[in-house]
Design a binder for this molecule. Structure first.
Ligand code: SF4
Length: 405
């Protein structure tokens, strides 16, 4: 690789970051096992999923609303960026050996050239062929992970259950092809062992653990506790900071004592898919919950010492539900009295052309919103909720299209 200035090698507690200066700057990030994770190159951001896909992203701010462009790379482009990352690591290794590299050391202790060399050697070996082999290993450890909340993208997923036990909300296709099942204890123990072996030193990049998939918390406490014990033994660095989705329609039956017990075992935050505060829209979506149940569950969780993450959707229910959806959703958020540590995510809904949602919408004469209208509604929900949130609660946009694990 032709460089116009020696590379910078940043050895961080959780990752290795290499900056190369080849005309324009490019930055590559790896976990401590050498796995290529992300790159900033040519004014584009690339992120590699553990399943081997690479997404490329940039934002166009020239229009009325910012437009995010994201695409998954074809095989050749995927191999090119992965090999470029491995090449950057190789060039950084040469520079480390000949003493020209700039080293930034933020691991505990004094800078350790041997450790930096190990990180760089592992990253230099992670070329396109190694990445493909790694993706195959990943597929033997996990069922596909279709979604996580944005603040949990770097969590370690542990699949206590697989799928969603309801799986009939019209707008949701995350788990359609996957029957719901609870992993038996011995299988869960093997799953944890396989996770440890797969990530290796790369575990340092993972903050806390996420109990997958859609509703692991429907397990009674008596079934969850032994699984949490196994998790604490297998992955102690992650087990103290747990999070999970909870479905409102079974979750609202959990009482304060039950949730306080889970909190004491490390469950710090639960995420509720409120979607809308309008019960009629929820019925239209075939989501079997009411706003009142969601409000009750949020209060119970907060009283039990947990933080909550609430997810609502902008644009869902099209033109017919627009105003009542916004009003009822903001009213539900106000009634939840969210405070310090709580999060509200507003996710843009892209109406599908076919499937259960589209069929129901056509039958009811519900027209989908345009992309700009969805953004307008998102602005209404974001600005309206700012006034509805208590001190320390935050609202953010949630782009589910760009999720990768
Ligand atoms: S409960 Fe959640 S995961 Fe299950 S179908 Fe509905 S939206 Fe999807």
């Amino acid at each position: 690789m032709r460089t116009t200035r020696p590379p910078r090698i940043a050895c961080k507690r959780e990752s290795l970051v290499i900056t190369v200066f080849d005309g324009e700057e490019a930055i590559y990030t790896f976990d401590h096992a050498g796995r290529f994770c992300s790159a900033w190159a040519g004014y584009r951001l690339y992120r590699r999923a553990l399943d081997g896909r690479v997404i490329r992203k940039h934002t166009d701010r020239s229009g009325r609303h910012p437009r995010r462009h994201r695409s998954f790379l074809e095989d050749e482009a995927r191999a090119t960026i992965t090999d470029a990352a491995a090449g950057a690591a190789s060039a950084a290794l040469d520079a480390l050996r000949d003493g020209t590299a700039e080293i930034v050391w933020s691991l505990p202790g004094d800078p350790d050239p041997n450790r930096a060399t190990q990180f760089l050697e592992a990253a230099a070996r992670f070329d396109a062929a190694a990445a493909d082999a790694d993706a195959l290993r990943y597929a033997s450890v996990y069922a596909p992970v279709p979604i996580l909340p944005p603040d949990r993208y770097r969590s370690l997923v542990v699949q206590v259950t697989e799928g969603c036990h309801w799986n009939r909300c019209t707008f949701c296709s995350f788990y359609r092809a996957r029957p719901f099942r609870i992993k038996p204890l011995d299988e869960f123990a093997s799953h944890l062992g396989a996770i440890r072996a797969f990530f290796g030193q790369g575990l340092t990049l993972r903050r806390g653990a996420f109990l997958g998939d859609a509703n692991a918390l429907l397990l009674p406490a008596g079934d969850l506790m032994p699984r949490m014990d196994l998790l604490a033994r297998a992955l102690p660095d992650q087990a103290g900071d747990l999070a999970a989705f909870i479905d409102v329609f079974t979750g609202y039956r959990r009482d304060h004592r039950d949730l306080a017990t889970l909190r004491a075992r490390g469950l710090r935050r639960i995420y509720l898919g409120l979607e809308s505060g309008d019960d009629e829209l929820l019925e239209f979506l075939n989501k079997p919950q009411s706003a009142e149940e969601a409000i009750g569950l949020a209060h119970t969780a907060r009283d039990a010492g947990m933080a909550v993450g609430i997810i609502v959707m902008a644009g869902i229910g099209g033109d017919a539900f627009w105003h009542r959806h916004v009003e009822a959703t903001l009213a539900a958020i106000r009634a939840m009295e969210l405070g310090a540590g709580d999060l509200l995510y507003v996710s843009a809904f892209a109406a599908p052309q076919s499937g259960p949602y589209a069929e129901r919408a056509v039958a009811a004469g519900v027209k989908p919103l345009t992309e700009d209208e969805v953004w307008d509604q998102m602005d209404e929900l974001v600005s309206g909720s700012k006034a509805a949130l208590g001190p320390g609660a935050r609202v953010a946009r949630y782009d589910i299209e760009e999720f990768i694990y």
